[in-house]
Ligand binder design. Structure first.
Ligand code: ADP
Ligand code: ZN
Length: 806
């Protein structure tokens, strides 16, 4: 027998291996195996078994090892991942790798623990007292540990028998290498413990506090004490030495995300707007067939409440639900709302969790302990069985597209997965993507709408400020007089304001007034951004950072000057204008530290800040009740990008931004400063007219034959040598044209707008067609041509339905 194995390598084929003799029956599709590949050993997934291979038998290698395991992929995930590999023209193994919580390469081992029904059936009674002691001392254990401790052959056998389905023991994954569970120090009172000798009587000493805590709670962990007092170790050691307490260790449970549940909240009674929307989704769920909806609801219209009701209905029907949010920044808030309704039924999956916790949550979903999964992009692979409902919140968000292999779009993937499962999909947004609107027109999506805010709160008044003519305050070039006045008024009334600019740092670039040269990143063809707080120049595309040079590196003149603005500059300006204002800057620089986002959000809600300055992180989902002024300091930043989606993105981000205003009882004001006040992206933000914006934008897309009226495949060619990149791009372009595929246009080659990134020079060839299948045929034939099976240092990468054209 031969196993077909998918590996996480950038090749679009699977690989054949011989099964080790005597283990022919031990392998089935979905299992992990370790195989020799070149000089390495790789973990792969068995995707099929067959009698013969296209390769001659002498060239087939043998599977090295079959770890003891549960199968990791269901049939459904198998089909789904293969579909994605085909659509996005990448290796099946590459998709499978993305679908596992810690990747294919992560080394797991199987450990055992007592299952929920361990006490029934008398399995434990068949063990000696010694082995029962072993079980009491080990929350989980490996097969080797068991073998070492078991005294009789029957006891050694016991584990294998009881770990079969229905037995007393369950097998779970653990990381290889890491200790199965961490140990933590705990303490409890010694019987007959007296009072510690107290010298100062006016105030309880730390020791007395600890003893009181132990009297109240029985047992306390050192970690818990650490949250209450400094250096708890010293106090505990002293108490132990005096004979008052006993210290013992206890294994830390694998902590799932946020183990404490938020207080339970009841479901809101639906508003008259929400009622028919939920009714439509409920009806679709009842049918048990694929039904995709676009839920278009203005910001604050109660979309999340609709999701909650829909999920409740899916669970009632015995199915599971998947909720995707575009960014990790959003999971905390939506997770809280879901946990307050569904408690431990909810698992969370995203890339910022540590591996251990992510694996634990993934296992909860896989075992059916969690029936709702909330997560970012990669949660679209959540191992939920019997999936009945998929929700994609903020469906228009570009971060659903992964910008490295596999380059899938999680929204589109969710639609495919739903179709396979006969599930209902709800794509929710205030600002639908042009793709989704087009899909409504052609009948691929059904439109549902929430046109009003909950409780009839007004949408904020939006004002465009023309920077070409606006009066400025003397010495303040960034803010128009109107904005300064509005900001002052907001502060006087004790309300909060948001200032938005989609660029972090202090100055966009540093340029020499002498020779006119800007300081560029040595790795990328981009100017370095000046960060004043860190006193450094940083590249926003690679990791490069350097101190600010005293003189121009090009001509040596001491005439360096700052140009363009960033969030730090806004911060400085506001501090100058309003010295008493409490300012918070929120961008990826200030959010680097773990937990910073949660702390900042809590601070904003507590009104610790008056002015919040930030990048688009601010625009997303948060519900802050005291924001009455929102201003975009320079809307043109995103509008000027050479990308056909620039207008759409600008419209979306400004509408989202505006949606932060007036969510409480005070109405909000929004000000947008721009040099292009006539641009349709800005005019229809002002008018809250999403429909009209879409009409204009779609007309432009149709005239220019850009998505959603066509599909695109971008082929990126890059090399460390500029001439090689260009030559390869030209060759590839010629080769693609030679296919003469009907209905497929080959555009280019052209140098990329950012011509160098990370020391690689970049060129691009664009395919355009109404049919992805046709382009895929051209693409696979080109990529399979030995001429383009290029290796380091040149690279060819294809991106189907690209989101980034820079
Ligand atoms: P969206 O997701 O569309 O921005 P939310 O679901 O966050 O809107 O709703 C906005 C606010 O209205 C939230 O504070 C939410 O708790 C409240 N809300 C939503 N639906 C209802 C309802 N049916 N009854 C009362 N309050 C609601
Ligand atoms: Zn760089």
């Amino acid at each position: 027998m031969i196993a077909e194995v998918a590996l996480n390598v950038p090749l679009r084929s699977t690989f054949d291996y011989l099964l080790p003799a005597a283990q022919e029956t031990a392998v089935s599709p979905g299992m992990r195996v370790i195989v020799p590949f070149g000089r390495r050993q790789l973990t792969g997934i068995v995707v099929g078994l067959k009698e013969r291979s296209a390769l001659p038998p002498e060239r087939l290698k043998v599977i090295r090892r079959i770890p003891r395991q549960e199968t990791v992929f269901s049939d459904e995930l198998f089909r789904f991942t293969r579909w994605l590999a085909e659509y996005y023209v990448c290796g099946w193994g590459e998709v499978l790798n993305a679908a596992l919580p810690c990747g294919l390469g992560a080394r797991y081992r199987v450990v055992y623990r007592l299952g929920p029904s361990a006490a029934e059936g008398g399995a434990l009674e068949r063990l000696s007292a010694a082995m029962r002691g072993f079980l009491a001392a080990h929350p989980s254990w490996s097969e080797a540990q068991w073998r070492r401790s078991a005294q009789t052959p029957e006891e050694r056998e016991w584990l294998a028998r009881e770990s079969d389905p229905g037995g007393a023991v369950e097998a779970v994954y653990e990381f290889d290498g890491a200790p199965p569970l961490r140990e933590e120090k705990w303490l409890r009172l010694r019987p007959g413990a007296g009072r510690p000798d107290e010298r100062r009587r006016d105030k309880p000493t730390r020791k007395a506090q600890v003893l009181q805590l132990l009297r109240d709670d029985g047992e306390v962990s050192l970690t818990q004490l650490g949250a209450l007092m400094p250096s708890p170790n010293r106090i505990v050691n002293a108490l132990a030495a005096e004979g008052h307490v006993e210290v013992f260790t206890r294994p830390t449970e694998i902590q799932a995300e946020a183990p404490e549940l938020p207080p339970a909240e009841p479901f809101h009674t639906l508003t008259p707007d929400q009622e028919p929307v939920v009714e439509a989704i409920r009806g679709a769920l009842g049918e048990g067939v694929y039904r995709p909806f676009l839920l278009e609801g203005v910001t604050g219209s109660g979309k999340t409440e609709v999701y909650l009701h829909a999920v409740r209905e899916a669970l009632r029907l015995g199915r599971t639900a998947l909720v995707l949010v575009p960014e990790i920044a959003l999971t905390a808030e939506i997770l809280r709302r879901f946990r307050s309704r569904f408690g431990r039924d909810v698992a969370v999956l995203h890339s910022a969790m540590d591996d251990r916790r992510r694996l634990a949550e993934w296992m909860r979903a896989r075992r059916g302990e969690a029936k709702v999964v909330i997560g970012a992009r990669s949660a679209v692979f959540a191992p939920l069985a019997n999936l009945g409902l998929l929700i994609v919140d903020e469906e228009h968000d570009g971060s659903y597209k992964q910008d490295e292999t596999p380059r899938y779009h999680a929204r589109d993937a969710a639609l495919v997965r739903a179709r396979e499962n006969g599930a209902v999909v709800v794509l929710g947004t205030a600002t639908p993507s042009m793709e989704s609107l087009h899909n409504v027109t052609v009948g691929k999506l059904e439109r549902l709408a929430l046109p009003n805010r909950v409780a009839n709160r007004a949408l904020p008044e939006v004002e465009l400020i023309d920077l070409r003519t606006a009066r400025r305050r003397k010495g303040s070039a960034l803010f128009s007089m109107d904005l300064v006045d509005a900001l002052g008024e907001t502060l006087r009334q004790g309300q909060q304001a948001i200032l938005f600019l989609n660029r972090r740092g202090f100055a966009q670039l540093i340029r020499c007034e002498g020779c006119g040269e800007a300081i560029l990143c040595p790795n990328c063809s981009l100017s370095l951004v000046y960060h004043r707080a860190a006193e450094r120049l940083r590249c926003h595309h690679c990791e490069y950072a350097a101190p600010v040079p005293p003189v121009c590196p090009a001509c040596g003149a001491a005439e360096l000057a700052e140009f363009g603005l960033g969030t730090e500059r806004i911060e400085q300006e506001v501090a100058k204008l309003f010295p008493t204002a409490r300012i918070l800057r929120m961008d990826s620089d200030s959010l680097r530290r773990r937990g910073a986002l949660e702390r900042m959000i809590a601070g904003i809600r507590r009104r610790d800040y008056d002015v919040i300055i930030g990048t688009q992180i601010l625009a997303k989902g948060h519900d802050f009740p005291h924001i009455t002024l929102v201003a975009a300091v320079l809307a043109d930043v995103a509008l000027n990008l050479p990308d056909f989606r620039a207008a759409e993105r600008t419209f979306q981000i400004l509408t989202q931004m505006a949606g932060r205003a007036g969510r409480g009882d005070h109405p909000g004001t929004v000000m947008i400063q721009t040099y292009k006040p006539d641009h349709h992206a800005l005019v229809y933000v002002r008018d809250h007219n999403t429909a009209r914006f879409a009409e204009v934008e779609l007309a432009i897309r149709e005239a220019t034959q850009t998505p959603p009226f066509t599909h695109q495949v971008m082929i990126w060619v890059s090399s460390t040598a500029p001439d090689r990149a260009e030559r390869l791009a030209r060759q590839l372009n010629r080769r693609a044209r030679a296919e003469r595929a009907e209905g497929v246009a080959v555009l280019g080659p052209a140098e990329a707008p950012i011509r160098k990134v990370n020391r690689r020079f970049r060129w691009m060839v664009l395919l355009r067609s109404t049919s992805v299948a046709r382009m895929r045929r051209v693409l696979t034939r080109v990529l399979d041509d030995p001429e383009f099976k290029v290796n380091h240092p040149d690279r060819v990468v294809a991106d189907v339905d690209p989101q980034s054209l820079l």
